[in-house]
Design a protein around this ligand. Structure first.
Ligand SMILES: Cc1cc2nc3c(=O)[nH]c(=O)nc-3n(C[C@H](O)[C@H](O)[C@H](O)COP(=O)(O)OP(=O)(O)OC[C@H]3O[C@@H](n4cnc5c(N)ncnc54)[C@H](O)[C@@H]3O)c2cc1C
Length: 290
């Protein structure tokens, strides 16, 4: 008999699977291929974070290698997005540097873009340091910056000055009020301020948001400051809007996570939106019926 936890996990997975490609590399590549068929680019991410086992990390690095080398064969316009703590930052910066070197060298050979995801605020400095190291070696490396952090205005300025490729996000991690804006209103205000700066002073960046207000503002700014940029959204979110943007000739990328470690990612998505909690509730009710 399935335990309560197993049942809960089954229900959660039913909700989560619209955001996740599946367990395997082939699932990720198929999902990226679907995105491509629909006119979108793909950013593939292996789920999982805070790894400390060198064996596990080695496996992740080789999966990123396989994905990077498969894009051409699968005819996908793809990038990868890596979380520093999944490739060694939870062991040491040196370990992460070593693994990122392998990933970036493979990506360079395959002409694939590498994004560095930004994790919680205790890793911001180290992630920016890693970025600085790699950007001088390979220019197709980008970094995510979080509009909920008060420090981001300074980080953005410094990174723009060195010509960095930036993905602007609102921020998915719970931070304290000393270092972060807490209300949606303040985060949105800061996002728009930083986004304006990207349009004015930068080139080749990602506007990663599902928020209609932000997207509308980005479209307005793009008319005033024609820059190379893309909208980036998570797989399975705002799918009704993506074709509209493509029709208007904007580039849209789908961020496609895959892997068995889907629980923390799914919780972050569920918390982002009241309707997702309702979706989870109705799935629970349905599962009680069968
Ligand atoms: C491509 C991409 C990469 C990201 N990388 C990082 C990263 O490296 N580090 C990091 O901290 N965060 C990252 N995030 C997550 C980000 O920080 C936010 O947590 C997330 O995008 C929700 O913020 P929002 O801009 O969509 O606006 P919100 O204010 O959360 O939402 C605005 C509106 O968007 C829609 N929406 C938002 N979320 C959902 C959802 N889950 N389901 C359905 N509709 C939704 C709703 O209509 C909602 O009202 C990334 C997000 C994207 C899209």
């Amino acid at each position: 008999m399935a335990s309560g936890i197993q049942l809960m996990e089954k229900v959660l997975f039913r909700v989560a699977k619209k955001w996740i490609a599946g367990d395997t590399i082939d699932d990720a590549l198929s999902s990226a291929k679907d995105a491509y068929k629909n006119g979108r680019h793909a950013i593939v991410n292996k789920l999982g974070e805070y790894h400390k086992s060198k064996n596990q990390i080695k496996k992740i690095v080789s999966e990123y290698q396989k994905i990077t080398e498969s894009f051409r064969e699968w005819k996908i316009r793809g990038a990868i997005s890596v979380k520093p703590t999944q490739i060694g930052l939870s062991i040491s910066q040196k370990e992460c540097l070593r693994n990122l070197t392998t990933i970036v060298e493979i990506a360079k050979r395959a002409h694939v873009f590498v994004w560095l995801d930004m994790e919680s605020a205790d890793h911001t400095d180290e992630t920016i340091e890693l970025y600085n190291t790699f950007f001088s070696r390979y220019e197709r490396v980008g970094i995510a910056l979080q509009a909920n952090l008060k420090r981001t205005e300074d980080d953005l300025r410094d990174l723009i000055n060195m010509g960095a490729k930036i993905r602007l996000v609102k921020g998915a991690y719970k931070e304290n009020s000393k270092m972060a804006f807490k209300s949606k209103e303040d985060v949105d205000k800061n996002y728009i301020k930083l986004m304006r700066r990207l349009f004015k002073e930068s080139n080749e960046f990602g506007i990663a948001s599902h928020d209609s207000k932000i997207i509308k503002k980005a479209i307005q700014l793009s008319k005033k400051y024609p820059k190379k940029f893309e909208f980036q959204m998570l797989k399975g979110i705002r799918d009704e809007l993506k074709p509209e943007l493509i029709k208007k000739k904007f580039v849209v990328s789908d961020y496609i996570p895959y892997g068995t470690n889907w629980l923390p990612y799914s919780f972050r998505r569920i918390k982002e939106r009241k309707r997702n909690i309702l979706l989870l509730g109705s799935s629970l009710l349905q599962s009680n019926r069968v």
